[in-house]
Design a protein around this ligand. Structure first.
Ligand code: AMP
Length: 405
Protein backbone atom coordinates (compact mmCIF):
# COMPACT_ATOMS: atom_id res chain seq x y z
CA UNK A 1 0.00 0.00 0.00
CA UNK A 2 1.46 3.35 -1.06
CA UNK A 3 0.34 6.47 0.78
CA UNK A 4 1.03 10.03 -0.29
CA UNK A 5 1.14 12.55 2.56
CA UNK A 6 0.51 16.16 1.64
CA UNK A 7 0.97 19.29 3.73
CA UNK A 8 -0.31 22.28 1.78
CA UNK A 9 0.75 25.79 2.75
CA UNK A 10 -0.32 29.07 1.19
CA UNK A 11 2.50 28.91 -1.37
CA UNK A 12 3.94 25.45 -0.84
CA UNK A 13 3.26 21.71 -0.98
CA UNK A 14 5.33 19.38 1.19
CA UNK A 15 4.95 15.70 0.31
CA UNK A 16 6.19 12.22 1.18
CA UNK A 17 5.30 8.95 -0.50
CA UNK A 18 5.35 6.00 1.92
CA UNK A 19 5.44 2.32 1.22
CA UNK A 20 3.16 1.50 4.14
CA UNK A 21 3.68 -2.27 3.85
CA UNK A 22 7.43 -2.00 4.21
CA UNK A 23 7.36 1.10 6.43
CA UNK A 24 9.74 3.13 4.30
CA UNK A 25 9.79 6.50 2.56
CA UNK A 26 9.98 6.09 -1.22
CA UNK A 27 10.24 9.77 -2.15
CA UNK A 28 9.44 13.21 -0.86
CA UNK A 29 10.00 16.86 -1.41
CA UNK A 30 8.82 20.41 -1.33
CA UNK A 31 7.26 22.69 -3.92
CA UNK A 32 7.85 26.28 -2.83
CA UNK A 33 7.01 29.81 -3.92
CA UNK A 34 3.91 28.73 -5.81
CA UNK A 35 2.53 31.67 -7.80
CA UNK A 36 5.78 33.62 -7.54
CA UNK A 37 8.06 34.42 -10.45
CA UNK A 38 10.51 31.69 -9.59
CA UNK A 39 9.20 28.55 -7.95
CA UNK A 40 11.34 25.76 -6.51
CA UNK A 41 10.68 22.07 -6.57
CA UNK A 42 13.04 19.95 -4.48
CA UNK A 43 12.44 16.23 -4.94
CA UNK A 44 14.15 13.38 -3.06
CA UNK A 45 14.13 9.80 -4.21
CA UNK A 46 15.12 7.07 -1.75
CA UNK A 47 17.39 4.50 -3.35
CA UNK A 48 17.23 0.78 -2.42
CA UNK A 49 20.37 1.21 -0.24
CA UNK A 50 18.61 3.94 1.77
CA UNK A 51 20.54 6.85 0.26
CA UNK A 52 18.56 9.74 -1.16
CA UNK A 53 19.08 11.42 -4.51
CA UNK A 54 17.98 15.04 -4.72
CA UNK A 55 16.77 16.93 -7.76
CA UNK A 56 15.97 20.66 -7.79
CA UNK A 57 13.86 22.36 -10.46
CA UNK A 58 13.48 26.13 -10.63
CA UNK A 59 10.61 27.49 -12.70
CA UNK A 60 7.30 29.30 -12.46
CA UNK A 61 4.69 27.11 -10.74
CA UNK A 62 1.44 28.93 -11.37
CA UNK A 63 -0.80 27.35 -8.73
CA UNK A 64 -1.25 24.37 -6.40
CA UNK A 65 -2.75 22.27 -9.17
CA UNK A 66 0.35 22.69 -11.31
CA UNK A 67 2.48 22.07 -8.21
CA UNK A 68 0.80 18.74 -7.47
CA UNK A 69 0.91 17.74 -11.13
CA UNK A 70 4.66 18.39 -11.11
CA UNK A 71 4.95 16.20 -7.99
CA UNK A 72 3.10 13.38 -9.79
CA UNK A 73 5.28 13.96 -12.87
CA UNK A 74 8.42 13.28 -10.81
CA UNK A 75 6.90 10.38 -8.84
CA UNK A 76 6.25 8.50 -12.11
CA UNK A 77 9.36 9.80 -13.92
CA UNK A 78 11.46 6.95 -15.43
CA UNK A 79 14.65 8.24 -13.77
CA UNK A 80 13.59 10.28 -10.72
CA UNK A 81 10.35 8.46 -9.99
CA UNK A 82 9.49 5.54 -7.76
CA UNK A 83 6.17 4.31 -9.18
CA UNK A 84 5.06 3.43 -12.70
CA UNK A 85 1.62 5.05 -12.55
CA UNK A 86 -0.18 7.42 -10.18
CA UNK A 87 -2.88 4.77 -9.82
CA UNK A 88 -0.46 2.96 -7.49
CA UNK A 89 -1.14 5.64 -4.82
CA UNK A 90 -3.70 3.91 -2.57
CA UNK A 91 -4.63 6.96 -0.49
CA UNK A 92 -3.69 10.57 0.14
CA UNK A 93 -3.30 11.79 3.75
CA UNK A 94 -3.67 15.54 4.32
CA UNK A 95 -2.48 17.58 7.26
CA UNK A 96 -5.37 19.88 8.15
CA UNK A 97 -4.62 22.53 10.74
CA UNK A 98 -7.97 23.23 12.39
CA UNK A 99 -10.66 20.65 13.01
CA UNK A 100 -12.34 22.77 15.70
CA UNK A 101 -14.65 20.66 17.88
CA UNK A 102 -15.90 18.70 14.88
CA UNK A 103 -13.02 16.23 14.74
CA UNK A 104 -11.30 14.28 17.49
CA UNK A 105 -9.73 11.77 15.13
CA UNK A 106 -8.64 11.14 11.56
CA UNK A 107 -11.44 10.92 8.97
CA UNK A 108 -12.01 9.92 5.37
CA UNK A 109 -12.88 13.10 3.50
CA UNK A 110 -16.38 13.38 2.05
CA UNK A 111 -18.58 16.40 1.34
CA UNK A 112 -19.62 16.66 4.99
CA UNK A 113 -16.00 16.74 6.12
CA UNK A 114 -15.18 19.38 3.48
CA UNK A 115 -18.07 21.49 4.78
CA UNK A 116 -16.87 21.13 8.38
CA UNK A 117 -13.31 22.16 7.45
CA UNK A 118 -14.84 25.17 5.68
CA UNK A 119 -16.89 26.00 8.76
CA UNK A 120 -13.68 26.13 10.77
CA UNK A 121 -12.05 28.70 8.47
CA UNK A 122 -12.74 31.58 10.91
CA UNK A 123 -10.63 29.71 13.49
CA UNK A 124 -7.69 29.27 11.09
CA UNK A 125 -8.14 31.82 8.31
CA UNK A 126 -4.62 31.35 6.95
CA UNK A 127 -4.39 27.56 7.07
CA UNK A 128 -7.75 25.88 6.48
CA UNK A 129 -8.41 27.53 3.09
CA UNK A 130 -5.03 26.33 1.74
CA UNK A 131 -5.61 22.87 3.21
CA UNK A 132 -8.93 22.79 1.33
CA UNK A 133 -7.19 23.77 -1.90
CA UNK A 134 -4.74 20.90 -1.34
CA UNK A 135 -7.60 18.43 -0.85
CA UNK A 136 -9.51 19.67 -3.89
CA UNK A 137 -6.47 19.50 -6.13
CA UNK A 138 -5.50 16.04 -4.81
CA UNK A 139 -9.04 14.79 -5.42
CA UNK A 140 -8.86 15.78 -9.06
CA UNK A 141 -5.31 14.50 -9.57
CA UNK A 142 -6.00 11.19 -7.75
CA UNK A 143 -9.72 10.64 -8.43
CA UNK A 144 -9.63 6.98 -7.38
CA UNK A 145 -7.68 7.35 -4.13
CA UNK A 146 -9.49 8.01 -0.85
CA UNK A 147 -8.50 11.35 0.71
CA UNK A 148 -7.97 11.39 4.47
CA UNK A 149 -7.75 14.37 6.85
CA UNK A 150 -5.45 14.30 9.88
CA UNK A 151 -6.08 17.31 12.12
CA UNK A 152 -3.46 19.20 14.12
CA UNK A 153 -6.09 19.89 16.77
CA UNK A 154 -7.61 16.38 17.10
CA UNK A 155 -5.24 14.95 19.72
CA UNK A 156 -6.11 17.80 22.11
CA UNK A 157 -9.87 17.24 21.95
CA UNK A 158 -9.56 15.23 25.21
CA UNK A 159 -8.61 18.39 27.14
CA UNK A 160 -11.25 18.96 29.85
CA UNK A 161 -13.44 22.04 29.94
CA UNK A 162 -11.64 23.60 32.91
CA UNK A 163 -8.48 23.71 30.80
CA UNK A 164 -9.96 24.65 27.42
CA UNK A 165 -12.42 27.39 28.44
CA UNK A 166 -11.35 31.00 28.65
CA UNK A 167 -12.87 33.01 31.50
CA UNK A 168 -14.86 35.26 29.18
CA UNK A 169 -18.68 35.22 28.71
CA UNK A 170 -19.75 31.60 28.23
CA UNK A 171 -21.86 32.52 25.18
CA UNK A 172 -18.67 33.23 23.27
CA UNK A 173 -17.83 29.55 23.62
CA UNK A 174 -21.39 28.33 22.99
CA UNK A 175 -22.09 30.54 19.98
CA UNK A 176 -18.69 31.31 18.54
CA UNK A 177 -16.53 28.41 19.76
CA UNK A 178 -13.95 30.67 21.36
CA UNK A 179 -11.80 28.26 23.42
CA UNK A 180 -8.39 26.62 23.60
CA UNK A 181 -7.85 24.01 20.88
CA UNK A 182 -4.11 23.40 20.82
CA UNK A 183 -1.94 22.45 17.84
CA UNK A 184 1.04 20.23 16.88
CA UNK A 185 -1.26 17.37 17.94
CA UNK A 186 0.19 14.94 15.40
CA UNK A 187 3.69 15.55 16.76
CA UNK A 188 2.71 15.31 20.45
CA UNK A 189 0.78 12.09 19.76
CA UNK A 190 3.60 10.59 17.70
CA UNK A 191 6.36 11.17 20.26
CA UNK A 192 4.10 9.97 23.09
CA UNK A 193 3.53 6.68 21.21
CA UNK A 194 7.24 6.32 20.50
CA UNK A 195 8.02 6.92 24.19
CA UNK A 196 5.61 4.15 25.20
CA UNK A 197 7.33 1.78 22.75
CA UNK A 198 10.76 2.80 24.05
CA UNK A 199 9.76 2.38 27.69
CA UNK A 200 7.93 -0.88 26.82
CA UNK A 201 4.86 0.27 28.74
CA UNK A 202 1.24 0.74 27.63
CA UNK A 203 0.60 4.30 26.44
CA UNK A 204 -2.58 4.37 28.51
CA UNK A 205 -0.58 4.06 31.74
CA UNK A 206 1.88 6.86 31.07
CA UNK A 207 1.93 10.46 32.26
CA UNK A 208 4.16 12.64 30.13
CA UNK A 209 5.07 16.20 29.26
CA UNK A 210 5.85 16.54 25.55
CA UNK A 211 7.83 19.61 24.47
CA UNK A 212 7.76 20.41 20.73
CA UNK A 213 10.33 23.13 20.04
CA UNK A 214 10.47 24.06 16.36
CA UNK A 215 9.93 27.46 14.82
CA UNK A 216 6.49 27.16 16.42
CA UNK A 217 6.61 25.67 19.91
CA UNK A 218 4.15 24.03 22.26
CA UNK A 219 3.93 21.68 25.21
CA UNK A 220 1.31 19.13 26.19
CA UNK A 221 0.40 17.47 29.47
CA UNK A 222 -0.49 13.86 28.69
CA UNK A 223 -2.30 11.82 31.32
CA UNK A 224 -2.73 8.10 30.72
CA UNK A 225 -1.85 8.66 27.08
CA UNK A 226 -4.36 11.46 26.50
CA UNK A 227 -3.79 15.20 26.17
CA UNK A 228 -5.21 17.06 29.20
CA UNK A 229 -3.67 20.48 28.61
CA UNK A 230 -1.52 22.29 26.09
CA UNK A 231 0.15 25.66 25.78
CA UNK A 232 -1.26 26.85 22.45
CA UNK A 233 -4.77 28.22 22.48
CA UNK A 234 -7.53 29.10 20.06
CA UNK A 235 -4.66 29.97 17.73
CA UNK A 236 -0.98 28.96 17.70
CA UNK A 237 0.02 32.34 19.18
CA UNK A 238 -0.35 31.37 22.83
CA UNK A 239 2.03 29.72 25.28
CA UNK A 240 5.77 29.38 24.85
CA UNK A 241 8.16 31.96 23.44
CA UNK A 242 8.57 30.95 19.77
CA UNK A 243 10.71 31.89 16.77
CA UNK A 244 8.62 34.92 15.78
CA UNK A 245 5.47 34.50 17.94
CA UNK A 246 5.17 36.09 21.35
CA UNK A 247 3.44 33.27 23.23
CA UNK A 248 1.59 34.36 26.39
CA UNK A 249 1.27 38.10 26.92
CA UNK A 250 -1.23 40.10 28.93
CA UNK A 251 -4.36 40.21 26.71
CA UNK A 252 -4.45 43.97 27.32
CA UNK A 253 -1.15 44.56 25.50
CA UNK A 254 -2.94 44.92 22.11
CA UNK A 255 -5.26 47.61 23.61
CA UNK A 256 -2.21 49.51 24.75
CA UNK A 257 -0.58 49.23 21.33
CA UNK A 258 -3.77 50.44 19.64
CA UNK A 259 -4.55 53.25 22.06
CA UNK A 260 -1.09 54.62 22.73
CA UNK A 261 0.86 53.75 19.61
CA UNK A 262 -2.01 54.03 17.16
CA UNK A 263 -1.37 50.60 15.71
CA UNK A 264 -4.04 48.94 13.59
CA UNK A 265 -5.32 45.42 14.30
CA UNK A 266 -3.39 44.19 11.28
CA UNK A 267 -0.16 45.80 12.53
CA UNK A 268 -0.64 44.24 15.96
CA UNK A 269 -1.37 40.84 14.41
CA UNK A 270 1.86 41.08 12.41
CA UNK A 271 3.86 42.30 15.38
CA UNK A 272 2.78 39.46 17.68
CA UNK A 273 2.92 36.70 15.04
CA UNK A 274 5.88 37.69 12.90
CA UNK A 275 8.13 40.13 14.76
CA UNK A 276 8.03 38.87 18.32
CA UNK A 277 9.42 35.80 20.13
CA UNK A 278 13.18 35.23 19.78
CA UNK A 279 13.26 37.57 16.78
CA UNK A 280 11.62 40.37 18.73
CA UNK A 281 14.07 40.09 21.58
CA UNK A 282 17.37 39.50 19.79
CA UNK A 283 16.79 39.99 16.06
CA UNK A 284 16.75 36.40 14.77
CA UNK A 285 14.29 33.52 14.97
CA UNK A 286 16.89 30.88 14.10
CA UNK A 287 17.91 29.18 17.33
CA UNK A 288 21.36 28.30 15.96
CA UNK A 289 22.04 31.99 15.41
CA UNK A 290 20.63 32.94 18.82
CA UNK A 291 23.02 30.50 20.51
CA UNK A 292 25.94 31.76 18.40
CA UNK A 293 25.12 35.36 19.32
CA UNK A 294 24.94 34.44 22.98
CA UNK A 295 28.31 32.69 22.73
CA UNK A 296 29.70 35.85 21.12
CA UNK A 297 28.57 37.75 24.20
CA UNK A 298 25.43 39.47 22.87
CA UNK A 299 23.30 40.37 25.85
CA UNK A 300 19.97 40.37 24.01
CA UNK A 301 20.57 36.79 22.85
CA UNK A 302 21.26 35.75 26.43
CA UNK A 303 18.05 37.43 27.57
CA UNK A 304 16.11 35.68 24.78
CA UNK A 305 17.46 32.26 25.77
CA UNK A 306 16.77 32.94 29.42
CA UNK A 307 13.15 33.90 28.64
CA UNK A 308 12.72 30.96 26.24
CA UNK A 309 13.86 28.31 28.73
CA UNK A 310 12.23 29.98 31.76
CA UNK A 311 8.83 29.71 30.06
CA UNK A 312 9.39 26.01 29.32
CA UNK A 313 10.46 25.34 32.90
CA UNK A 314 7.41 27.18 34.23
CA UNK A 315 5.07 24.97 32.18
CA UNK A 316 6.92 21.80 33.23
CA UNK A 317 6.16 22.79 36.83
CA UNK A 318 2.54 23.62 36.01
CA UNK A 319 1.97 20.37 34.11
CA UNK A 320 3.62 18.34 36.85
CA UNK A 321 0.97 19.77 39.17
CA UNK A 322 -1.78 18.97 36.65
CA UNK A 323 -0.61 15.37 36.17
CA UNK A 324 0.14 14.54 39.80
CA UNK A 325 2.86 12.10 38.81
CA UNK A 326 5.20 12.06 35.86
CA UNK A 327 6.89 9.22 33.95
CA UNK A 328 8.75 11.13 31.28
CA UNK A 329 9.54 14.46 29.68
CA UNK A 330 10.09 14.42 25.92
CA UNK A 331 11.91 16.98 23.80
CA UNK A 332 11.26 17.04 20.06
CA UNK A 333 11.39 19.08 16.78
CA UNK A 334 14.29 21.18 15.40
CA UNK A 335 15.34 22.81 18.68
CA UNK A 336 14.19 20.07 21.05
CA UNK A 337 16.14 17.45 19.09
CA UNK A 338 19.29 19.48 18.37
CA UNK A 339 19.91 22.02 21.10
CA UNK A 340 21.33 20.42 24.28
CA UNK A 341 21.81 23.86 25.83
CA UNK A 342 18.06 24.56 25.65
CA UNK A 343 17.18 21.17 27.14
CA UNK A 344 19.67 21.66 29.95
CA UNK A 345 18.49 25.14 30.87
CA UNK A 346 14.81 24.15 30.69
CA UNK A 347 15.33 21.28 33.15
CA UNK A 348 17.95 22.89 35.38
CA UNK A 349 16.96 22.94 39.05
CA UNK A 350 14.05 20.53 38.68
CA UNK A 351 15.68 17.78 40.76
CA UNK A 352 13.00 18.15 43.41
CA UNK A 353 10.47 17.08 40.77
CA UNK A 354 12.60 14.01 40.00
CA UNK A 355 13.85 15.49 36.72
CA UNK A 356 17.60 15.26 36.39
CA UNK A 357 19.54 15.58 33.13
CA UNK A 358 22.88 13.83 32.60
CA UNK A 359 25.05 16.48 30.97
CA UNK A 360 27.21 14.02 29.06
CA UNK A 361 24.22 12.13 27.66
CA UNK A 362 22.50 15.41 26.84
CA UNK A 363 25.48 16.64 24.83
CA UNK A 364 25.76 13.51 22.69
CA UNK A 365 24.29 13.78 19.21
CA UNK A 366 22.38 10.98 17.54
CA UNK A 367 19.50 10.19 15.25
CA UNK A 368 17.11 7.92 17.10
CA UNK A 369 15.51 8.06 20.54
CA UNK A 370 17.97 9.16 23.23
CA UNK A 371 17.62 9.00 27.00
CA UNK A 372 19.28 12.07 28.47
CA UNK A 373 18.23 11.79 32.11
CA UNK A 374 20.76 10.60 34.68
CA UNK A 375 20.46 6.94 35.69
CA UNK A 376 19.02 7.97 39.09
CA UNK A 377 16.44 10.41 37.67
CA UNK A 378 12.92 9.37 38.73
CA UNK A 379 11.48 10.93 35.58
CA UNK A 380 12.98 9.81 32.27
CA UNK A 381 13.95 12.65 29.97
CA UNK A 382 13.92 11.58 26.32
CA UNK A 383 14.82 13.17 22.99
CA UNK A 384 12.53 11.71 20.33
CA UNK A 385 12.72 12.85 16.70
CA UNK A 386 9.25 13.77 15.57
CA UNK A 387 7.84 12.53 12.27
CA UNK A 388 4.49 14.11 11.55
CA UNK A 389 4.39 12.77 7.98
CA UNK A 390 4.90 9.18 9.13
CA UNK A 391 2.15 9.60 11.74
CA UNK A 392 -0.18 11.00 9.06
CA UNK A 393 0.65 8.03 6.79
CA UNK A 394 -0.09 5.55 9.59
CA UNK A 395 -3.35 7.26 10.51
CA UNK A 396 -4.35 7.32 6.84
CA UNK A 397 -3.66 3.59 6.50
CA UNK A 398 -5.65 2.80 9.66
CA UNK A 399 -8.57 4.98 8.51
CA UNK A 400 -8.92 3.32 5.13
CA UNK A 401 -8.48 -0.16 6.61
CA UNK A 402 -11.13 0.58 9.23
CA UNK A 403 -13.52 1.50 6.41
CA UNK A 404 -12.60 -1.63 4.45
CA UNK A 405 -11.40 0.48 1.52
P1 AMP B 1 11.50 22.98 12.96
O1 AMP B 1 10.40 24.00 12.89
O2 AMP B 1 11.14 21.77 13.75
O3 AMP B 1 12.13 22.66 11.64
O4 AMP B 1 12.69 23.69 13.81
C1 AMP B 1 13.32 24.87 13.37
C2 AMP B 1 14.22 25.41 14.48
O5 AMP B 1 15.17 24.40 14.87
C3 AMP B 1 15.02 26.64 14.08
O6 AMP B 1 14.95 27.62 15.09
C4 AMP B 1 16.44 26.11 13.97
O7 AMP B 1 17.38 27.11 14.28
C5 AMP B 1 16.44 25.05 15.06
N1 AMP B 1 17.55 24.12 14.92
C6 AMP B 1 17.80 23.24 13.95
N2 AMP B 1 18.99 22.62 14.16
C7 AMP B 1 19.51 23.16 15.30
C8 AMP B 1 20.72 22.95 16.05
N3 AMP B 1 21.63 22.08 15.67
N4 AMP B 1 20.89 23.68 17.18
C9 AMP B 1 19.96 24.57 17.58
N5 AMP B 1 18.82 24.81 16.92
C10 AMP B 1 18.58 24.11 15.80
Amino acid sequence: MKILVINTGSSSIKYELFDADHRRIMAGGLVEKIGEERGFHTHRKTMPNGETVKRVEKRLIADHREGLNRVVGLLVHPEHGVIADKIEVSAVGHRVVHGGEAFNSTVIIDEEVMAAIKENIPLAPLHNPTNLVGIEVARSVFPDAPQVAVFDTAFHQTIPMRAFLYAIPFELYENDRVRRYGFHGTSHAYVAERAAEYLARPLGELNMITIHLGNGASMAAIKNGKSVDTTMGMTPLAGLVMGTRCGDVDPAVPFFLANHLDMSLKDIDNLLNKDSGLKGICGTNDMREVIEKKEAGEERAEIALDMYTYRIKKFIGAYFAVLGSLDCVIFTAGIGENAPYIRELSCRGLNKLGIEIDLERNNKTGNGIREISSPGSEVKVLVIPTNEELKIARETKEAIEAHGI
